[in-house]
Design a protein around this ligand. Structure first.
Ligand SMILES: [Zn+2]
Length: 102
């Protein structure tokens, strides 16, 4: 676990949002300074974005889970499949095996 850094998470979230969500009214991409977090509830963030192009404000609700999924590298399919097959066929002491690996 890395130490929580709310400021960093907030910047990351806003950057992800403006990359993914343009203004619903005119399609213009938001600038970072036009998006503000107004509420944070566990893993759900509520943001308001004010478009500098058309002046329309909109409310955006974002889940941190979805955001994290968007920024992480997808797992290697072969690696996942191999690990799944290994676990499916493994009947011994899993804890002992993990201790050995560490
Ligand atoms: Zn707009």
């Amino acid at each position: 676990m890395e130490p929580a850094d709310p400021d960093f998470d907030q910047e990351m979230l806003i950057q992800q949002l403006i990359d993914a969500v343009p203004c619903s009214q005119c399609g213009q991409s938001y600038e970072a300074h036009e998006v503000h977090v107004i509420a944070q509830d566990d893993d759900t963030w509520t943001l308001v974005a004010a478009c500098s192009s058309c002046g329309v404000e909109c409310l955006i609700r974002a889940s941190m889970d979805e955001m994290n999924a968007g920024v992480q590298e997808p797992p290697d399919r072969d690696e996942v499949a191999a690990w799944g097959q290994f676990l499916a066929g493994f009947e011994g002491d899993l804890r002992g095996l993990i201790d050995d690996l560490i």
